[in-house]
Design a protein around this ligand. Structure first.
Ligand code: NAD
Ligand code: KPL
Length: 302
């Protein structure tokens, strides 16, 4: 049984594809009110290339008594630890939690909240957004890397993902992958917010991007992730051009008045720099400006 917490964009994308492959799926929704509106919708709708398919997946709330062996955690990084703490009494010994959160920091928080479980980290380039409640659009096909820094043995359920058509690879260095994605996000996302532009708009700020990349490379080396630093600047430029017409995820969050994952992205990078007594003036200034921008827009700065 796949228990999936969070019927947002990624949770719905995973739930519908697993259910379509005939695999048993149960959604865990926040509370009775959300469960009632889900029941009213009658299930999840996945919209792929303009085609909508409906999946009547069963759902319950966190205090349901059913034990959990395998949990897909599909909430935002800032909700992850609290969500898992709530479910901790239901996790059987040897339970596995698959963590879809972007950035770094929430994985350790979850591991502390559920020490009895095996935590498998994911880094995904898939893209999905909610068109309406319980209706998700599969916007960008991509790939998901999965790994466990404490146990290099892949779990048997990777076969379920293959069956569901979820493109994936087992990574022997998932932490480095997460750092690489975090570095890309730190070089691109905050600047798109501060300049209120699409990713392509950053081609007008090449010197600033170069300074940020140099500091991120220094940080990655210092944190023992030299592989994640390789050709970072080239990849940042490549991503800016390849996604020129898109708004970054952080820009979308801010423009829609949603809380950002700043603590787990730029905030995490700046904290790591501080721990290593590294002075990274451009990154720290960017963090300060982003915090001020969020506060000025009435958004949480954590
Ligand atoms: P989302 O906001 O669309 O969905 C999160 C869902 O979790 C919401 O429905 C929320 O109500 C629910 N939730 C939170 N706490 C809960 C709780 N205690 N119990 C039950 N439900 C709870 O978020 P998303 O876009 O799916 O992103 C999830 C994570 O995946 C983020 O870290 C994001 O950065 C990452 N990610 C998203 C995408 C994407 O395209 N959407 C791509 C790559 C990575
Ligand atoms: O992942 C991204 C995001 O918008 O969050 C990209 C497209 C890589 C930009 O940082």
């Amino acid at each position: 049984m796949w228990h999936i917490l969070g019927a947002g964009s990624l949770g719905s994308l995973w739930a519908t594809r697993l259910a379509r492959a005939g695999l048993p799926v149960q959604l865990i929704l926040r509370d009775q009110a959300r469960l009632r509106s889900y029941q009213h919708a009658g299930g999840l709708t996945l919209i792929e290339q303009g085609e909508a398919q409906h999946y009547a997946i069963t759902a319950h709330i966190p205090d349901h008594p059913q034990p959990i062996q395998r949990l897909l955690l599909a909430c935002k990084a800032y909700d992850a630890a609290a969500a898992v703490s709530q479910l901790a009494p239901r996790l059987v010994p040897g339970a596995e939690i698959l963590l879809l959160q972007n950035g770094l920091g929430s994985q350790d928080e979850v591991a502390r909240a559920a020490p009895q479980a095996r935590c498998i980290f994911a880094s995904s380039t898939e893209g999905a957004f909610r068109q309406a409640d319980f209706q998700v659009v599969f916007a960008g096909h991509g790939h998901t890397w999965l790994g466990d820094p404490l146990d290099l043995q892949p779990p048997i359920w990777l076969e379920d993902l293959r069956q569901a058509g979820i493109g994936h690879d087992w990574s022997l260095n998932i932490t480095s992958r997460l750092w690489r994605k975090l570095a890309l996000n730190c070089a691109i996302n905050p600047l798109t917010v501060l300049h209120d532009c699409r990713n392509g708009g950053l081609t007008e700020h090449p010197a600033h991007i170069t300074c940020l990349c140099n500091e991120l490379i220094e940080l990655l080396h210092c944190c023992g992730h030299s592989a994640a630093a390789e050709n970072l600047h080239d990849e940042v430029q490549r991503v800016i051009l390849a996604t020129a017409a898109n708004y970054s995820s952080m820009h979308q969050d801010v423009s829609q008045g949603r809380r950002t994952e700043i603590t787990y992205l730029l905030g995490y990078a700046c904290n790591a720099a501080q721990r290593h007594q590294l002075v990274l003036p451009h990154l720290q200034a960017l963090h300060g400006q982003l915090l001020a921008h969020l506060q000025a827009h009435g958004l949480p700065s954590h």
